[in-house]
Design a protein around this ligand. Structure first.
Ligand SMILES: Nc1nc2c(ncn2[C@@H]2O[C@H](COP(=O)(O)OP(=O)(O)OP(=O)(O)O)[C@@H](O)[C@H]2O)c(=O)[nH]1
Length: 301
């Protein structure tokens, strides 16, 4: 643990879990809170599959954000059971929880996440996408309706997209962080390896460029990751369940795959701060999402 003499007295440091049903904007909010792109975002629900910590250090506090996978309610297979277990474990070990809903919308999927909220941990109700509500007065009864569902310690309407009220939210979060020396260095933004981040970047591009046609069970494996001086050589495999998915990813004369590769490479070069040589392969691997042993092999524990 870092207890350098420059650490001010009363420094605060703790873990913040972000939960909410798929697509409410958890990844977008975390990225805005820490001011860097760590967690991937896309329009497609269920893009965040691993726990990702984003870290932000300011003068008197260190915020360690834990992004949870969207609580899956629509399908029931081994992958979803694993995802839901991760959510529960993340919540109990947090110092404060941000429970996200979308302004004006509350459905059974939101309720299922409320039911998971532990009583012992403070929970801030964050009403995201408030930019979508023209009549701000209408937010009040909505906030009251949800406030009745759990003993929230605060209610903060925000717009992650427009960065509206993000500072106010951060000030609220800080109140619940325990007095502790920082755990990470002042410039760290994630504890994830470059290999992990590379896989997340490719997965984001796959979902952005192929969109809803591709089932969310498609995954990315980094088969080789080598560094030679500044140059990183990365070989990634996209695992899909059917030949038709493979054709979608490759596109007409390979155009889509080329676009996925180019965009992924540019993002990696920006994040790693050096040149990247990237090769992406598409592999058909039927039924992996239903096989628990298979999931363990791919690191979803
Ligand atoms: N209008 C508006 N859109 C937003 C806001 N925040 C997020 N979005 C959009 O909502 C969509 C989902 O955002 P994500 O951050 O990927 O949502 P998520 O909750 O992490 O999704 P999962 O990974 O599926 O759990 C994206 O298209 C975002 O651009 C907001 O404040 N306002």
């Amino acid at each position: 643990m870092n207890t350098s003499s420059s650490t001010p007295e009363n420094f605060r440091c703790g873990y913040i879990a972000i939960v909410g049903r798929p697509n409410v904007g958890k990844s977008t909010l975390m990225n805005v809170l820490i001011g860097a792109k760590v967690s991937i975002t896309s329009r497609k629900a269920q893009t965040t599959r691993h726990r990702i910590t984003g870290i932000q250090t300011v003068d008197d506090a260190q915020f360690i954000y834990v992004d949870t996978p969207g609580f899956q309610t629509r399908h029931s297979n081994a992958l979803n059971k694993t995802l839901n277990k991760t959510v529960t474990n993340t919540l109990i070990s947090a110092d404060v929880i941000l429970y996200l809903v979308e302004a004006g919308t509350f459905g059974p999927a939101d309720q299922q996440v409320v039911d998971l909220l532990p009583k012992e941990v403070p929970v801030i109700l964050v009403i995201n996408k408030s930019d979508r509500v023209k009549d701000k007065a209408a937010l009040m009864p909505f906030a009251q309706e949800i406030a009745a569902k759990h003993n929230f310690t605060a209610i903060v309407p925000v717009s992650a997209k427009l960065r509206f009220q993000v500072d106010a939210l951060q000030a609220e979060i800080k109140k619940y962080l325990p007095e502790n020396a920082p755990i990470f260095g002042p410039d760290d933004i994630t504890d994830r390896s470059e290999k992990f981040l590379a896989a997340e970047i490719v997965r984001e591009k796959v979902f952005r460029l192929v969109g809803d046609e591709l089932p969310y069970t498609s995954t990315v494996l980094i088969e080789q990751f080598e560094q030679e001086g500044d140059l990183r050589r990365i070989f990634a495999a996209v695992l899909v369940e059917r030949d038709t998915h493979k054709s979608m990813l490759i596109g007409n004369k390979g155009a889509r795959l080329k676009e996925i590769s180019t965009q992924s490479r540019l993002d990696m070069e920006k994040l790693f701060g050096g040149p990247v040589y990237l090769e992406i392969w598409i592999k058909v691997k039927s039924g992996w999402a239903d096989n628990e042993a298979g999931l363990r092999a791919y690191g979803y524990e």
